[in-house]
Design a protein around this ligand. Structure first.
Ligand code: ASP
Length: 305
């Protein structure tokens, strides 16, 4: 996301809009990627991202294969490059890769001949998550520019936060991050955000509240006194939400820990929570990304433009 320009982002979001309509029809099948091979290579667990990339590829007509690989910490580097070389020899057209190490996907992309999509690398980036978030916001609030978006929770370990910060800044939104001091990376302001440790102050008058999961699998050592205390100060409940704009959107990338970072009623608020819509937008955005990378930017009828 860090490398994408405003017009790149706009182009992906505009193309995604077409796929939202398609995905709501009975017949969802296109032929844009017919004859192309997509391999989803996941070194880390995933529910939404893997499933939606698989659906996205299949709906575009690609042959889609899933590979889940246990990443043993001692063999990590070797496994990654070896696997990349092996897959490369099978002439895939696109690899979608998730890996627990920051930078691993970029490294892998240098070793293969095909397109590579980052499905999440460590705590670095998760670009398609930021794109689907942007699409969800744009459809609900009709714009991104000028909005104030609060990203709250475990900012330190969150690739979702980083990708969203890059995208929202590029698109002219104002970004706030809210976290306990232990989960707020020092110098985060350099990314162009305003940082808060007081959730009520951070939420004041925002248009969008994006909650983040506590990434316990990435925490070495103790970052929090207790989950109960965390919920008390940083869990999104109706009272804290009342500090945001009255119609502020509630977002969460999933998986959600109800009662940890978000109150269950807030998560299910049918007027303000767009969490399920985010999942729907995920398929459309991933179709757009695959189409643009593998078949180019044509009109969707042949995919060879
Ligand atoms: N699903 C998102 C990710 O893979 C967010 C999360 O796991 O908390 O980064």
């Amino acid at each position: 996301m860090q490398e994408l320009s405003r017009s790149d982002i706009q182009c992906i979001l505009d193309l995604s809009e077409q796929f939202i309509e398609l995905n709501r029809q009975d017949n969802k099948k296109l032929r844009d990627l017919q004859g192309r091979t997509q391999i989803n290579l996941f070194f880390e667990n995933s529910t939404r991202t893997r499933t939606s990339f698989e659906l996205a590829g299949k709906r575009l007509g690609a042959d889609t294969i899933n590979m889940s690989v246990e990443a043993s910490s001692t063999k990590k580097g070797e496994t990654l490059i070896d696997t990349a070389m092996t897959l490369n020899a099978m002439h895939p057209d696109v690899l979608v890769v998730r890996h627990p190490d920051s930078g691993a996907v970029a490294l892998l992309s240098q070793k293969v001949d095909c397109a590579v999509v980052n499905g999440g690398d460590g705590q670095h980036e998760h670009p398609t998550q930021a794109l689907l978030d942007a699409l969800t916001i744009r459809r609900r609030l009709n714009r991104l520019e000028g909005l104030t978006v609060a990203i709250a929770g475990d900012v330190m370990h969150s690739r979702v936060a980083r990708s969203n910060i890059y995208l929202l800044n590029t698109m002219g939104a104002r970004v706030r991050v809210i976290a306990p001091p232990t989960l707020l990376p020092s110098g985060i302001e350099r990314l162009g955000v305003e940082a808060f440790t007081d959730m009520r102050r951070g939420l004041r008058d925002v248009d969008v509240v994006m909650m983040l999961r506590l990434q316990r699998e990435r925490m070495q050592g103790s970052f929090l006194p207790s989950v109960r205390e965390y919920y008390h100060f940083y869990g999104l409940d109706h009272e804290k939400l009342s500090h945001a704009k009255p119609d502020a959107l509630i977002m969460h990338p999933g998986p959600m820990n109800r009662g940890v970072e978000i109150d269950t009623e807030v998560a299910d608020d049918i007027h303000r929570s767009v969490i399920r819509e985010q999942v729907e937008m995920g398929v459309a955005v991933r179709m757009a990304v695959l189409r643009l990378l593998v078949a180019g930017g044509g009109n969707g009828n042949g995919g060879d433009a």
